[in-house]
Design a protein. Structure first.
Lengths: 91, 639
C-alpha cells in the first residue's frame, strides 16, 4: 500500500505542529488533497487548524508541486511526498 | 581622528601607472555615512557628465561599509560605483563576500580606479604595498579558475574581485565577482573593468584594526542586533531556504513574473523555490558573507550536466532563468547559474535577454537561431539557453548583438520587438510583477539603476510578516495598505525604503536585516553609527543622511541628462494587463504611475513637473555644490 510521507520544512511550523515528519499508509485510489490532509491529521493533529488559520502563509507541496486547490484530486498508486512550509523572505 | 573607518581612499591610475592615497575626515562621513554615500560624492567630483562608460574617463569605485570589520552581524557588504555601459548613467551595485572586509583591513575604505591599461593587468594590495601586475596569463580564464590561480600565487587568505570572459568581451551586463560567488551583478561593471583591461583586484592579509569610538556601547548594540536577527521569522526562513524562499510567496500573490512577464504565477514555480532545493537534495551546504550569521548563500550540487558544484541560485536567478524562460528543470537552472557565475554575467539581464529571444522566436523573429545554435530557442528549452549563455559571453554570431542588452538588441531586430523587451533606461527588469506590486513599480521607475530591486526593495509591501504590516501602518497610517494590488501609501513606502537603503548600503549592512527582516531599526542604526564613529546621531539625522544620498544620486543623473520623462517602466508593464491566479486582471497605466510620482516628488520637496531637487532642498541637505546645476535645469523647458 502507498505511504504518505509528510515533511515539515519550516522550523516555526514544525514547532507549531510539534512534528518534523510523519507517515501513514493508505489504500491506492483517487484522493483530494483535503482527503490526504484528513488522513495525515491522525498523525499530526494540529495540521487542519494550522492550514485553516495560516492559509495565506503556509504551503503544501505534493510530489514536488505546490497545491493551492485542496479539492484537486490526485491518483495515489505509489508513495506520496508532502512538504509543508511557510512563506519566506528573500529577494 | 576618524573611527570605524580608515579615512583613506586608494586611487589607482591605470593610464599613467600611478597610485596615491587621499585622506578624508569626519565631515565627509557625517554627511554621507560611508561607502555608497561617499562614493556618490566622489563620482560627482571625478566623473564628468559627458564621460562615456567605456572610456578611460570613467572611474570605478569599490568600497567597504562603515560598520564592516566591526562585530555587528551582517555588515560585510561592499558598494561598487561606476558609469554604467547599460544605462550610460551613474550606477551603484552592492555585493557581499569578504572582499570589502579584507580591503578595509589593508587600510583602505575605497579604491578608485582611473584610466585604462593598454595590456591586461591586476592590482595587488597588501597594506602599504600596492602594485599593478601583468595579467595576460589570466585574461580569458573564467572567474573560478582565475581566483584559484591567484590564491595559489599570493597565498591562502587573500581575496579577489574579478571579471570573467563576459567582462573582457565588454558584454553590457557583465558582472564583477567578489570571492567568486558574490556578485555585483547589475549595470555592466564587469565591462567597465574589461575596458580598463583590469582583470581584478587581489587583497592580501591586511594588518589594520578597526577602532571604534565607544566599543562597549557598540558591542551592546551589536549583541542586541544579533538576538533580533536570531528571532526574526523572515531571516530564519532566509537562513534555512536562502533568498529563493521568496519564490512561493510571490507565486501565491501573483507577482512572480513568468514567460517574460506574460504570466504572474506558474504551476511549476516550486521547482524554482529554495524549499524545493532543500527537499530535493540539491542543497549541500550554506555559506555567508563576512560577519553574517544568516548565511543565505546556497551551496548546491547536481550530478547532471557533467557534475556541477556551485553557489546559488538566488531568488532573482531562480526566476530569471527559471519560470521566466519556462524552465522547470532545477538541474539546468543550477547549471545556468554556475555558467553565469564563472563567465561573470548578471543573471537578471541574462534571463531577460533569453526570455525576449524565446518570445521573439515564437513570434517569428530571430529564426536564424535554429541553425546557429543547433536547437530551437523555444520556451523551456534549456539546451538553447545554455548555448545562448556561451554565445553571449563570447559574442558569437547573434550573441554579439544580444551582448548589447535588450534596449539595443530589440531596435536592431525590429522596433515592434521592443514591446516585449522588458527593460527601461537600458536595464533589464528585476523579478517581481510591478503591475501588481505597486510600491515596486514606483521604486523601479525612480531607481537610478533602472527597474531593479536591490536599491529600494519594498518587500514590506507584501505584508507577509507582522513586522512588515506594522511598518506599512507606521509609514502610511493603515495596516490595510499592506498587500499587493494597492496604490495607497506607495510613495511614502518608497521614500522611506530609499532613505534607509542608502544608509544601509553606506554602513555595509545587508538590506535583508532591516528591510526584509526587521532586526535593526532607525534608532539602532543611529546608535550604532554614533558609537562607532563618535559622530552625534539620531534616527532623524541618520535618515536625513539617507535622503541626502538619494538626492545627490538624483542630481548626478540630472546632470547626466535624466529628467522626469525617464521615470518610467517597460512598455509591456504599462500597456498590457496581467491576470492573477484568482482570475483578476490588473493594469498599471501611465496615469496611475504619474499620480504616484507626483505624490513622491511632493514628499521629497522636489519640483514636481521636472522631478528635480529644488535649490532650497539641496541647501537644506547641505548639497550646495549641486545648486548651480539645479538652477540651470529649472530654467530649461520641462521635458
Amino acid at each position: 500500500m502507498p505511504v504518505i510521507r509528510v515533511y515539515v520544512l519550516s522550523d516555526r511550523l514544525a514547532k507549531l505542529l510539534q512534528c518534523n515528519n510523519a507517515s501513514i499508509t493508505i489504500e491506492s485510489g483517487t484522493y483530494t488533497i483535503n482527503d490526504l490532509i484528513n488522513s495525515i491529521s491522525t498523525q499530526i493533529p494540529g495540521i487542519k487548524v494550522v492550514l485553516d488559520k495560516m492559509k495565506d502563509t503556509v504551503f503544501v507541496a505534493v510530489n514536488g508541486q505546490v497545491k493551492y486547490n485542496f479539492d484537486e484530486k490526485i491518483k495515489v498508486v505509489d508513495d506520496v511526498k508532502i512538504s509543508l512550509f511557510e512563506v519566506g523572505a528573500g529577494g | 581622528m576618524v573611527y570605524s573607518v580608515n579615512g583613506r581612499i586608494l586611487h589607482i591610475d591605470l593610464t599613467n601607472n600611478k597610485v596615491w592615497v587621499e585622506k578624508y575626515g569626519n565631515d565627509l562621513l557625517e554627511l554621507f555615512v560611508g561607502s555608497r554615500g561617499i562614493q556618490a560624492k566622489l563620482y560627482w567630483d571625478l566623473v564628468k557628465p559627458e564621460a562615456r562608460a567605456l572610456s578611460s574617463d570613467n572611474v570605478l569605485f569599490v568600497g567597504s561599509g562603515t560598520f564592516t570589520g566591526t562585530p555587528l552581524p551582517s555588515s560585510g557588504r561592499t558598494t561598487v560605483t561606476f558609469k554604467s555601459p547599460a544605462t550610460n548613467m551613474y550606477f551603484k551595485a552592492s555585493v557581499g563576500g569578504d572582499f570589502g572586509l579584507k580591503l578595509k583591513l589593508n587600510g583602505y575604505d575605497i579604491v578608485a580606479v582611473h584610466g585604462a591599461s593598454e595590456k591586461p593587468v591586476y592590482v595587488y594590495i597588501e597594506n602599504d604595498y600596492v602594485d599593478v601586475l601583468p595579467a595576460e596569463k589570466y585574461w580569458g580564464l573564467d572567474v573560478r579558475t582565475t581566483h584559484v590561480e591567484l590564491v595559489r600565487k599570493h597565498g591562502l587568505g587573500v581575496d579577489t574581485l574579478l571579471i570573467g570572459p563576459a567582462g573582457e568581451n565588454l558584454v553590457k551586463y557583465a558582472s564583477i565577482n567578489c570571492s567568486v560567488y558574490n556578485v555585483a551583478a547589475r549595470g555592466g561593471g564587469g565591462a567597465v573593468l574589461g575596458y580598463k583591461k583590469l582583470k581584478g583586484i587581489v587583497v592580501g592579509n591586511g594588518s589594520r584594526s578597526i577602532i571604534l569610538h565607544d566599543p562597549k556601547r557598540f558591542y551592546e548594540k551589536s549583541l542586541k542586533a544579533l538576538f533580533n536577527i536570531m528571532k526574526d521569522d523572515a531571516l530564519i526562513a532566509t537562513a534555512k531556504f536562502g533568498t529563493a524562499s521568496a519564490t512561493m510567496g510571490l507565486d501565491r500573490t501573483s507577482t512572480l513574473p513568468c514567460y517574460n512577464f506574460r504570466k504572474s504565477f506558474w504551476e511549476n514555480a516550486y521547482r524554482n523555490a529554495g524549499e524545493y532545493y532543500v527537499e530535493a537534495g540539491y542543497l549541500v551546504g550554506r555559506a555567508g558573507c563576512a560577519q553574517c550569521i544568516v548565511s543565505c548563500h546556497r551551496h548546491t550540487k547536481t550530478e547532471k550536466y557533467g557534475g556541477v558544484d556551485t553557489v546559488g541560485p538566488e531568488y532573482e536567478t531562480s526566476n530569471a532563468l527559471g519560470g521566466n524562460i519556462g524552465n522547470s528543470d532545477t538541474d539546468a537552472l543550477i547549471k545556468l547559474n554556475d555558467l553565469a557565475n564563472i563567465y561573470g554575467l548578471d543573471t537578471i539581464s541574462l534571463g531577460g535577454v533569453i526570455a525576449w529571444v524565446m518570445e521573439s522566436y515564437e513570434r517569428g523573429y530571430l529564426k536564424n537561431l535554429k541553425d546557429e545554435l543547433g536547437v530551437e530557442p523555444l520556451w523551456g528549452n534549456v539546451d538553447a539557453a545554455i548555448k545562448l549563455v556561451e554565445y553571449i559571453t563570447y559574442r558569437r554570431g547573434t550573441g554579439n548583438l544580444l551582448a548589447e542588452g535588450l534596449a539595443i538588441a530589440c531596435k536592431e531586430v525590429g522596433p515592434e520587438t521592443c514591446k516585449w523587451a522588458i527593460q527601461s533606461r537600458g536595464l533589464e527588469h528585476s523579478r517581481v510583477e510591478t503591475r501588481i506590486a505597486r510600491a515596486y513599480a514606483l521604486a523601479f521607475a525612480l531607481n537610478p539603476r533602472g527597474p531593479d530591486h536591490l536599491h529600494t526593495e519594498t518587500f514590506a509591501e507584501f505584508g507577509f510578516t507582522e513586522d512588515a504590516r506594522k511598518l506599512v501602518k507606521r509609514l502610511t497610517g493603515s495596516e490595510e495598505n499592506a498587500g499587493v494590488g494597492k496604490d495607497a501609501g506607495r510613495p511614502e513606502i518608497v521614500a522611506w525604503h530609499e532613505d534607509i537603503y542608502a544608509v544601509t548600503d553606506s554602513v555595509g549592512l545587508c538590506a535583508f536585516i532591516d528591510t526584509a527582516g526587521f532586526a535593526i531599526d532607525e534608532l539602532m542604526l543611529s546608535e550604532l553609527f554614533e558609537s562607532a564613529t563618535g559622530i552625534e546621531s539620531t534616527p532623524e539625522k541618520i535618515m536625513r543622511s539617507g535622503e541626502r544620498i538619494v538626492t545627490l544620486e538624483r542630481m548626478i543623473q540630472v546632470r547626466e541628462g535624466r529628467s522626469r520623462k525617464d521615470d518610467t517602466l517597460p512598455w509591456r508593464l504599462l500597456n498590457e494587463e496581467i491576470t492573477t491566479r484568482d482570475g483578476k486582471t490588473y493594469t498599471l497605466t501611465e496615469t496611475t504611475l504619474n499620480s504616484m510620482l507626483d505624490r513622491y516628488f511632493e514628499i521629497r520637496g522636489w519640483d514636481v513637473m521636472r522631478g528635480l531637487p529644488t535649490p532650497n532642498k539641496l541647501r537644506e541637505l547641505k548639497l550646495e555644490f549641486a545648486v548651480e546645476e539645479a538652477l540651470r535645469r529649472l530654467q530649461a523647458p520641462v521635458t
